[in-house]
Design a protein around this ligand. Structure first.
Ligand code: ADP
Ligand code: ADP
Length: 225
């Protein structure tokens, strides 16, 4: 994984301020949860880091490269969103291969790497199915396989569990964490669920009104109110 640094990131949408000078440093391989209520700016932080959204001010570094002017497809980032993000007209395997096809990886390598990626999320035998034939949890596993197939240096997860029922949510959370640790991929995980953030992350960044107000390990946040 890469190191990630946001320094004094400000974001306005028209004249509405969404981020008010966000600072965040992540070590290579670290899993950080970004926790806070709806509207506090979590998704905007993720979109700024991915390049889906430009920033008004500030610096964003991945390893030692300033990526503020680097386009989305050159930032070497994998992303998983809330739900319904698979292409419905493609099979599971075609979905997972997609990022490799965009990079013009040859068909045989695509197939091999997509199969490895599906195997990693426990869906090796599901390659021929379509999204509508999968449960919500399975769809999110496929989305994770698709995000990781290009072996990105950073993984961004935007409430990937919020559409799932409680039992699946806990299972998939633990599985995401296991895969993340195996791969050593630097991961930022957006959630509004405090229990989830504390259970899964190395550190939790607590956001409020466009700022990170507090950041620490789950133990720190429990013992230092
Ligand atoms: P969260 O992910 O914590 O729910 P967001 O990052 O989605 O928060 O939103 C932060 C603030 O920016 C909110 O006030 C939201 O309404 C606003 N916002 C987000 N996206 C846009 C947009 N595309 N245009 C205008 N305002 C936006
Ligand atoms: P989240 O679940 O992260 O809070 P929202 O439902 O707030 O997301 O937003 C969904 C989409 O709408 C996002 O792409 C966000 O950028 C956009 N959005 C959010 N708030 C606004 C807004 N006030 N004006 C325009 N677009 C917005």
């Amino acid at each position: 994984g890469a190191s990630v640094e946001l320094r004094n990131v400000v974001k306005y949408y028209a004249n509405q301020r969404a981020l008010n000078g966000v600072n965040l440093s992540m070590a290579p391989g670290e899993f950080v949860a970004l926790l806070g209520p709806s509207g506090c700016g979590k998704t905007t932080v993720l979109r700024a880091l991915s390049g889906l959204e430009s920033v008004t001010e500030g610096q964003i570094r991945i390893d030692d490269t300033d990526v503020v002017n680097t386009p989305v497809n050159k930032r070497d980032i994998g992303m998983v969103f809330q739900a319904y993000s698979l292409f419905p007209h493609m099979t599971v395997l075609q979905n997972v291969e997609f990022g490799l096809r965009m990079r013009r990886v040859d068909a045989a390598s695509r197939r091999r790497r997509a199969s490895e990626s599906l195997d990693m999320v426990g869906l090796a035998s599901f390659g021929g199915r379509y999204a509508h034939q999968l449960s919500g949890g399975q769809q999110q596993r496929v989305a994770l396989a698709r995000a990781l197939v290009t072996r990105p240096r950073v993984l961004l997860l935007d409430e990937p569990l919020s559409a799932l029922d409680a039992k699946v949510r806990v299972q998939l959370r633990d599985e995401i964490r296991r895969i993340q640790t195996d791969l050593g991929i630097t991961t930022l995980f957006v959630t509004h669920d405090q229990e989830e953030a504390l259970a899964v992350a190395d550190r939790v960044a607590v956001m409020r009104e466009g700022n990170i107000e507090q950041i620490g390990t789950p133990e720190d946040l429990y013992t230092k109110p």
